[in-house]
Design a protein around this ligand. Structure first.
Ligand SMILES: C[S@@+](CC[C@H](N)C(=O)[O-])C[C@H]1O[C@@H](n2cnc3c(N)ncnc32)[C@H](O)[C@@H]1O
Length: 249
C-alpha cells in the first residue's frame, strides 16, 4: 500500500474510475448482468455497467507510469486520449497532473461522443466486419463525459474536448505537442488517423499507448502498418493481454 498522500490519492482515483469500489456488474451485449469479478475488472475484460472506464487497473497503472516518467524527465507536451467513452482514463490522466501540481499541460479528450463510426472497408480494408457502430452502450455524450470529470472535481481549463469523427477533427485540432498519446478507438481507421495526425506531435521521449493492440486485429494491423511505413523500431512493451506502449526515441 502506498504511504504518501499523492500515491494514496492516485491509487484511490484509479480504483474509482474502474469502480472496483462499488463493484458494478458487467454489461457486455449478450452477457448482460455478468457478475463483477475483481480479476476480470483489473484486467479490463468486461464492459462495466457504471464504471467510468473499461480499461482495467493495469492499463490505468501504465498511464500513471508514463505520465510520471515524462514529468520526471521534463518531456514537453500535453496529454491526449483518442477514444474516451465515459472519460475514465482521461479523468485519471487529469488526476495525475493535479496530483503533481502541473498547471501547464492540457488533457485533450477526443471522441465523437456518439459512438464508433461504421467500418469503411473501401478506405480501410482491415475494418471489414468490425462494426461496433450499433452499440448504444458505446455512445456517451459530451455532457455526460463533462459531468464525469466534474464529479471528480477535475473539470477545468486544463481539459479540452475534441468532438467529432477523427477523420474530421484530428487533422485540425490545433495541438502543438504531446508528451503522451493514448489510442483507444478500436478500429484500424481510428488508430491509423490518430497515428497519422498526432504521432508527429509526440515529443522525443514521449509515450504512445495503444489499448486494443492485443484485442482487435484491425487495430494491431494499423499500428504495424504505421510503424513499418515510418520505420519506427522503438521496442513495443506489453502492458497486459491487450495494451501495449512504446517510447518515442
Ligand atoms: C472502447 S471506447 C474507449 C474506452 C475508454 N478509453 C475508457 O477509458 O474506457 C472507444 C471510443 O472511441 C470512440 N471512437 C472510435 N472511433 C472513433 C472515430 N473514428 N471518431 C470518433 N470517435 C471514435 C467511440 O465513440 C468510443 O467512445
Amino acid at each position: 500500500m502506498p504511504s504518501d498522500a499523492r500515491a494514496l490519492y492516485l491509487d484511490l482515483a484509479k480504483r474509482c474510475v474502474a469502480n472496483v469500489i462499488y463493484r458494478d456488474d458487467g454489461a457486455v451485449p449478450g452477457r448482460e448482468n455478468e457478475p463483477f469479478l475483481e480479476e476480470r475488472r483489473a484486467d479490463g475484460r468486461d464492459w462495466p455497467k457504471t464504471a467510468h472506464t473499461m480499461i482495467g487497473l493495469r492499463r490505468l497503472e501504465n498511464i500513471k507510469f508514463c505520465l510520471e516518467s515524462v514529468l520526471a524527465a521534463g518531456i514537453p507536451g500535453d496529454v491526449m486520449e483518442t477514444g474516451a467513452w465515459r472519460g475514465g482514463a482521461a479523468i485519471f490522466m487529469r488526476a495525475v497532473l493535479a496530483a503533481y501540481g502541473v498547471r501547464d499541460r492540457v488533457v485533450w479528450v477526443a471522441d465523437s461522443f456518439e459512438g464508433l463510426p461504421p467500418p469503411d472497408p473501401a478506405a480501410y480494408p482491415a475494418d471489414e466486419g468490425v462494426d461496433l457502430s450499433g452499440f448504444a452502450y458505446l455512445r456517451v455524450s459530451l455532457d455526460e463525459v463533462r459531468e464525469n470529470f466534474r464529479a471528480y472535481g477535475l473539470l477545468d481549463g486544463q481539459v479540452r474536448f475534441v468532438q467529432g469523427w477523427f477523420r474530421e477533427t484530428l487533422p485540425r485540432c490545433g495541438i502543438e505537442r504531446l508528451a503522451l498519446l493514448r489510442l483507444d478507438g478500436d478500429l484500424y481507421e481510428s488508430t491509423w488517423l490518430a497515428l497519422e495526425n498526432l504521432y508527429p506531435k509526440v515529443s522525443s521521449g514521449g509515450y504512445v499507448i495503444v489499448d486494443d493492440y492485443g484485442a482487435i486485429e484491425a487495430c494491431r494491423r494499423a499500428v504495424e502498418d504505421f510503424r513499418k511505413l515510418h520505420a519506427i523500431t522503438a521496442a513495443i512493451a506489453a502492458i497486459d493481454w491487450t495494451g501495449i506502449f512504446w517510447q518515442k526515441p
